[in-house]
Design a protein around this ligand. Structure first.
Ligand code: GUN
Length: 285
């Protein structure tokens, strides 16, 4: 039976580290850390995420600046705001909550954020830096997954790592981070043949495909570390991951629950990136 990885506990530890360093920077250097969060429209899930990000800022002692814009905001207005925030010295990090309304080009908005303030690490410059291993910011969810794997004491070197999902936000950067830790990495997706066989070879399995209960226990190698990035709402209102927990926990050595696994890590890593941004902008390493 698997040990459950407690994402809330690991994320609390990360937030504590960030809060301590933020307090030290404030006391010793007079530096205040600030994050701007922009939300456009009324997507209820986005509203919850943005509220959680604001709460996390308070908890670690950052200033947060919220910009809640109407659904009808034009792309030009949003780009104008991003440009103002790029120049605002109180703002160390800028996060534009996705998805944006359909009439706004997400790529144009991401590209407009100054790479130095891009705490999501979505800007092509930051994506490219991750490819060559010379990054300042890691994308929050994959970075959180790495921290969870680390918390199990698993050495990634030489392990067969399988990532299911190839999104720009999770799957692709996740594969790069596992590769940098010397994993042997396979990326699977909806067109992969023999998915079950590939998964059965995984010592470390990261699932980010966005389909409820997609990975079942019979696809998991005995003793594997299983990280479930999925967050799906079932018809009965219950949240569930991309991994069928009951069958998977019988095979895995470690497994993340949903909720309470990867979810809390994403915000903790966002706080860490915002602190890194503030230090870099102040010329502190
Ligand atoms: N929407 C869902 N996840 C994220 C995220 O990590 N960052 C942003 N900006 N939007 C999101």
């Amino acid at each position: 039976m698997a040990q459950i990885i407690d994402g809330k506990a690991v994320s609390a530890a990360v937030k504590n580290e960030v809060a301590e360093e933020a307090a030290r920077l404030r006391d010793e250097k007079g530096l205040k850390v600030g994050l701007a969060v922009v939300i456009v429209g009324n997507n209820p899930a986005s509203r919850v995420y943005v509220n959680n990000k604001k709460k996390a800022c308070e908890a670690v002692g950052f200033q947060s600046f919220e910009y809640a814009l109407d659904e009808s905001t034009t792309q030009e207005q949003l780009l104008d705001l991003v440009n103002v925030l790029n120049r605002d010295d109180r703002v160390n990090g800028i996060l534009v909550q996705l998805p944006l309304p359909k009439h706004i080009d997400e790529k144009a908005v991401i590209n407009a954020i100054s790479p130095d303030k891009d705490v999501d690490a979505f800007h092509p410059i930051n994506v490219g830096k991750i490819m060559i291993g010379e990054y300042s910011f890691l994308p929050c969810t994959p970075a959180g997954v790495m921290r969870l794997i680390e918390s199990t004491g698993t050495d990634i070197t030489g392990k067969q790592c399988v990532v299911i999902g190839r999104s720009n936000i999770v799957g692709k950067p996740q594969a790069m981070l596992l590769l940098q830790k010397n994993g042997t990495v396979t990326i699977c997706h909806s067109k992969t043949k023999n998915l079950k066989e590939v998964c059965l070879g995984a010592d470390i399995l990261v699932v980010a495909i966005g389909r409820a209960n997609f990975v079942t226990g019979d696809m998991i190698k005995e003793g594997a570390v299983v990280i479930d990035v999925g967050m799906n709402r079932l018809d009965n209102g219950k949240l569930c991951g991309d991994v069928e927990f009951e069958s998977a926990e019988k095979k895995a050595s470690f497994i993340t629950p949903v909720p309470g696994g990867v979810g809390p890590m994403t915000i903790a890593m966002l706080m860490k990136n915002t602190l890194t941004a503030a230090k870099q902008q102040a010329g502190i390493e």
